[in-house]
Ligand binder design. Structure first.
Ligand code: AMP
Length: 563
């Protein structure tokens, strides 16, 4: 049975399989390899994932969710047509769709997957991703860091097979920058850094706000559907700027209003976003101990790296041209596909060795003498340590004649523990001594599968206490997971049979909401014809009408027929 590799993206998701010595991206029902990571609850109770759901963001915002990857592992929920879903449950629908498309493509059942995650994801976010897989009926063989996957593909696609790469992965919602070495079949991540809340979506918002300012509209005051519509308009302007010097767009929702934008203006609008990118780059270079001169190649990954403003910014920072792959939004999925092939022990790639690092700091809490209710983080395993890693720290009693010490276990870079992720706590009884006289050793061992073993030793008496934290511990109980799995099964994915018709209807409905005047009338006429042929149930007529409808819709959206 095939193992598939999945790039579960903020904006789009892809699945890939390793077969006949190469990676094959798996097409969806529309023949496209990118499936928008959007989920919508249909009126008939079915769940739409992908292109149809994306159309419904405008027409049915209360039943549709997007960009939920940003909230993985946070405990936040999204309301869809009166039902609440966690980001991992919504992701499970996306995964279910990819699994179904893969099964259709391969002609066999798929039950195992390798899923890529931002290297910067913490334990909660990683666990949430695994949970999403399980809820979709997929055993998640391994989570791989997106930059490792990207480096693996890019080095094979690019001219250079070996070297030191800086992978700049700029997607819809996240930025991941990593320094990766690839020599003698060994891929080693040297350092990673990132920003989980910085992506192409932020540029869309900057453009949308610029538009609102220009026309004295309150961005905050827009209704959910209007905002989604304006963001789609902004995104289109942004994309057009990757091939055009200047774009002039008309947004029709609140009366015909125009906006002209060029790449210089876009760079200005995104100035604070570029400043944040620069911080991430500085940090990764510092952590890697590499200089700019030591980098053999800057590899651009992720849909947003297509923005000329981003390329120009990186050229200024590094003083060299970044390497833009032919399809930057497919690289991570292809890498995940290669990992899936390694899992299947495919002959040609069996010798590849992938080492990994701990993307965040693991540490313990120590007393804050200014405010003892707000303990301070004492790092034990520093971020970017090569895995497996085992490090120890030595501590003592903060108060005189303490009978026990509490060792809090935290993950993150914050100075105060409260700014980091709490993982657990060990309590150890100690002999009452004067302040600073007890000797306590804390040892952390962290392995490639995210298992952390914490061992606390009272060195005075040789007494040890141990705690094992897997990244599944203290999460959903097995029974709870099973129950939720059963509940989610009740939500059926929309049938693939008439999905093109559904997409055309959803698109027409959206255009009707967005347009006015003559153009709106054209959308309504097309919808009328579509309804008519659908009611006649004549497949040939429906197919012809769909073709015509798509042409008209493309025209109404100002798209060239090839887009
Ligand atoms: P990803 O998460 O890698 O799928 O990237 C999705 C992001 O890439 C979205 O914010 C898109 O708007 C953006 N994107 C895709 N194509 C382009 C393009 N040609 N120019 C600018 N941004 C793009």
């Amino acid at each position: 049975m095939a193992v598939i590799g999945i790039d579960l993206g903020t904006t789009n998701s892809l699945a890939c399989v390793y077969m006949d010595g190469c990676t094959r991206l798996i097409p969806n029902a529309f023949g496209k390899v990118l499936t928008p990571s959007v989920v919508s609850a249909g009126e008939d109770g079915s769940i739409y994932v992908g292109a149809v759901a994306k159309e419904r963001l405008v027409t049915h915002p209360e039943a549709t969710a997007a960009s939920f990857k940003r909230y993985m592992g946070t405990g936040m929920t999204f309301g869809l047509a009166g039902q609440k879903f966690t980001p991992q449950e919504l992701s499970s629908f996306v995964l279910r769709q990819l699994k179904a498309d893969a099964e259709h493509f391969l002609g066999e059942e798929v039950t195992e997957a390798v899923i890529s995650v931002p290297a910067y994801f913490n334990d909660n976010q990683r666990y949430a991703t695994k949970e999403a897989g399980e809820l979709a009926g997929l055993r998640v063989e391994r989570l791989v860091n997106e930059p490792s996957a990207a480096a693996l593909t890019a080095s094979r696609l690019g001219g250079r097979e070996e070297g030191c790469f800086l992978v700049f992965d700029f997607g819809g919602g996240t930025l991941d920058v990593s320094v990766v070495d690839y020599f003698d079949n060994v891929i080693e991540i040297i350092a990673v850094s990132g920003d989980n809340h910085l992506g192409g979506d932020d540029f869309d918002e900057s453009i949308a706000r610029y538009f609102c300012n220009m026309h004295e509209i309150s961005y905050e005051g827009l209704k959910a559907g209007e905002r989604a519509s304006l963001l789609q308009f902004a995104e289109k302007c942004k994309r057009d700027l990757s091939s055009l010097k200047e774009v002039t767009g008309t947004f029709e929702l609140c009366g015909e209003k125009k906006m002209t934008l060029d790449n210089v203006r876009l760079a200005k609008l995104g100035q604070d976003l570029f400043d944040r990118m620069a911080l991430v780059i500085t940090r990764v270079l510092n952590d890697s101990g590499r200089t700019i001169e030591e980098l053999d190649e800057i590899i651009l990954v992720g849909g947003s790296s297509r923005m000329p403003a981003v390329g120009f910014f990186l050229q200024t920072v590094f003083g060299k041209n970044p390497h833009m792959a032919a399809s930057p939004d497919e690289i991570v999925a292809m890498g995940a596909g290669i990992y899936a092939g390694i899992k299947e022990r495919k002959e040609e790639i069996r010798d590849l060795v992938l080492t990994d690092i701990c993307p965040f700091t693991l540490g313990t809490s120590v007393i804050n003498y200014v405010n003892n209710k707000n303990p301070i983080m004492s790092p034990i395993i520093e971020r970017n340590s090569i895995l497996p890693s085992s490090k120890r720290g030595f501590y003592t009693n903060a108060g005189a004649y303490q009978e026990k010490v509490k060792i809090g276990i935290y993950q993150g870079e914050g100075y105060y523990c409260r700014d980091n992720v709490y993982l657990g706590e060990i309590e150890l009884e100690i002999e009452g001594k004067r302040q600073g006289e007890n000797k306590i050793e804390v040892c952390f061992t962290y392995d490639i599968n995210g298992i952390l073993i914490v061992e606390v030793t009272d060195l005075d008496r040789g007494i040890k206490k141990q705690m094992v934290l897997t990244n599944d511990s203290a999460r959903m109980e097995e029974g709870e997971l099973q129950q939720r799995l059963e509940e989610l099964k009740a939500y059926k994915l929309a049938a693939p049979g008439d999905i093109r018709t559904k997409l055309a209807l959803a698109r027409g409905e959206r255009l009707f909401v967005q347009l006015t005047g003559e153009k709106r009338k054209m959308a309504a006429d097309v919808m009328g014809r579509l309804h008519e042929v659908i009611s006649m149930q004549n497949d040939q007529k429906i197919a012809n009408c769909l073709k015509d409808a798509e042409k008209v819709f493309d025209f109404l959206e100002g798209k060239s027929p090839r887009e």
